[in-house]
Design a binder for this molecule. Sequence first.
Ligand code: ATP
Ligand code: MG
Length: 580
Amino acid sequence: PAPSAQGILDGLDPEQRAAAETPGGPLLIVAGPGTGKTRTVTRRIAHLVAERGVPAERFLAITFTRRAAEELAERLADLLGPAAARITVATFHRLGLLILREQHERAGLSPAFGIADTARQLEVAAEVAGSEREGRRLLALRDRAEDAPAEAAPALAAYEARLRELDLVDFTGLVALPVRLLEEDPELAAAYRARWPWVSVDEYQDVDERQYALLRMLTGPEANVTAIGDPDQAIYGFRGADVGFFLRFTADYPGAATVRLSRNYRSNATIVTAAAQAIAPASLVPGRELRAVGDFLDPPRIGVHAAADERAEASFVARAIDRLLGGTSWHSLDSGRVTEDGDGGLSFSDICVLYRTDAQSQAIMSAFNTAGVPYQKRSHDRLLARPGVRALAAELPHRAGETVADRVRAAVEALCERHAADADAAADLRTAGELVLPLARQCGADLAEFLSALALGAEVDALDPRADRVALLTLHAAKGLEFPVVFLVGCEDGLLPHGLPGAAPDDTDEAEERRLFFVGMTRAQQRLYLSRARRRTRRGAAADAAPSVFLEAIDPALTMPVDEESAARRRPRDRQMRLL
Ligand code: ATP
Ligand code: MG
């Protein structure tokens, strides 16, 4: 039986409740991190279904990652029971795939068309363009959100025609093709609009031009469309996302209601204040208001640490984690009081380490391996960008098994045996298996479904919140997530903001980097550590590293240097022995 409708909006504050209860029509929810945007839109959907009589199948909820989609589906199932399964929850790519599967004939595809991953795309482009180099150029043109130059049109058309011949769609096509079909046939567009008269999009600040076009095709100017987001968390500009679409929502949908949320439920007051200071120089939200709630009477300060080099930084993180989990933390030692984690209430999965570039994870992983800290590492890259996952996908058709998960396990074993002599390759394959298994389990025996999920999935989709491991994530992958304890490492000039040593990034890049820093800081609930190395080896060359300019915006009264030596001296002897 469906849970009682009573209480769906009970867990919301008055601002959030007002947003959730806003009747139909276009609605923009613009609010800072941790203000409950995702929570509010979840409750809004449940409220409309359970208490306003909107049929569940009339809802389309679009999320940024597959993981976010799964989480949303779970929350809705908690609130609505079985009816939740009738709500379409999807990423833009998944939505495009759904439409294309239904309209495959119009697109010149078979019902079982495949998805070309990056490697396959390059093969096809190279074949059409005559060389790999030309192929890369062709793909770069194709990925550009704006129209490619007219001279490129024949080559692009040839590439697309070849994909069709091969019964393939690439990532770009997954969104671009449905847009074309809907543009060409207003009746088809009307049919989809009638099917989903209620649409919501989370993380709207990061839509790109094609996704935006798809949304516009699916929603008229007066549609019941809810866009949720925070312009100050726009971090995918490098990939073609354009925060401009967020900023012009009320012009695109005249008569749109705008709701602002200002209470941050996620982070303690120190973190909220410091994050607001950090974003202020580049904020896209005039008069941004963000205040912490919750009973953090005397929240700990933000720990800052400057290590000699990246190895020292990594071992600082490993030891800090050991102390956080082992009992009394540095902060409580320093202030003479026992804080919320003093009773050992934290576990590894409460902690994450965030970094700007994937390469930084090497030092962290080796320190964690030495210290015995369990971890799971994820980036925002596509799963299939990993050689291990690609090898696994290629091996699957040759493996028998009742379910996809069985086949995955058999494929990992077979491949590991084949690469027994190469420990790195075997480790990579095991990681690949671990990454794809939770996905695989959901697909039952449907291999085609699994392969398209694999093609669409990002690594972060495979982040397992139930595994008791520290999460190692790129800043981009951390969007929308939260952790009690966050270590943001590599707060250095050249890394964050990212750029070549000595080369000044241009203003737009620097603003996006600052937003990335802001996203990172605001993932933390109770404890935030900002660390850096004084000297770092990048691409094989060691160089001195200056502190990130972003640190300068934070009031020093909110931070506290975390000095390893002084902390170590105060620790009991036996623990020191174990730790050092
Ligand atoms: P982000 O911008 O990072 O995506 P968000 O605005 O989507 O953040 P949520 O993830 O929805 O924020 O909420 C942040 C945290 O605050 C979650 O743990 C959520 O459960 C909690 N929260 C939000 N609103 C309330 C509330 N009214 N009462 C208690 N907890 C709340
Ligand atoms: Mg959110």
